[in-house]
Write a protein that binds this ligand. Structure first.
Ligand code: MN3
Length: 203
């Protein structure tokens, strides 16, 4: 049984960039629903987790019994994606990443500004609901976007940063202005956590 993870910061602490009401609904309603639906789907199929984590199942969806595969993909993906999303945000966001990760980012995308532009374009270009990602594939950084709750894990990449561009993540404050939401979101990115994830992915 999966449980809703606690956040390490208050719902109001990402203001003014992300409002408390959006955070609360997003966490306690949307994320909680993915977990509830995932738990419902795996009831009676607990054996699929024998020796395997949810990450490993999402990495290898064909290994999940067909009858629950779509549910694991959508709700399991939703659970993993949101868990990452909360962790890569912080009230103490820094303007740009430093240290080893900052250097890796510059090596892969020329400079931080170019990375931001390419990532933003990916998030803006996602038609309908989905995510934009910075992932590691074969030790290299790449930007991508996925529809719905699909995870880069399913195509062999390891996500280290992701932005939720489903309307529920910004509509209350930004209505249809996805670009404004993304621009604000950069202020709350937890570069320390993204750097930590990069180190693990490169191992
Ligand atoms: Mn969401």
């Amino acid at each position: 049984m999966f449980e809703l993870p606690k956040l390490s910061y208050d719902y109001a602490s990402l203001e003014p960039y992300i409002d408390a009401e959006t955070m609360q609904i997003h966490h306690t309603k949307h994320h909680a629903a993915y977990i509830q639906n995932l738990n419902d789907a795996i009831k009676g199929n607990e054996a699929i987790f024998e020796g395997k984590t949810l990450e490993q199942l999402i990495e290898n969806l064909p290994s999940v019994p067909q009858g629950i595969r779509e549910k694991v993909r959508n709700h399991g993906g939703g659970h993993l994606n949101h868990t990452l999303f909360w962790q890569v945000m912080t009230p103490k966001g820094q303007k740009e990443p430093k240290g080893k990760f900052g250097l890796e980012l510059k090596r892969a995308f020329k400079d931080f500004k170019t990375f931001k532009e390419e990532f933003t374009a990916s998030a803006m270009g996602r038609f309908g609901s989905g995510w934009a990602w910075l992932s590691v594939r074969r030790k290299k950084l790449e930007i991508s976007s996925t529809p719905n709750q699909d995870s880069p894990l399913s195509s062999g990449a390891r996500p280290i940063l992701g932005i939720d561009v489903w309307e529920h993540s910004y509509y209350l404050k930004y209505q249809n202005r996805r670009a404004d939401y993304i621009e604000s979101w950069w202020n709350v990115v937890n570069w320390e956590e993204v750097g930590r994830r990069l180190e693990i992915a490169l191992k």
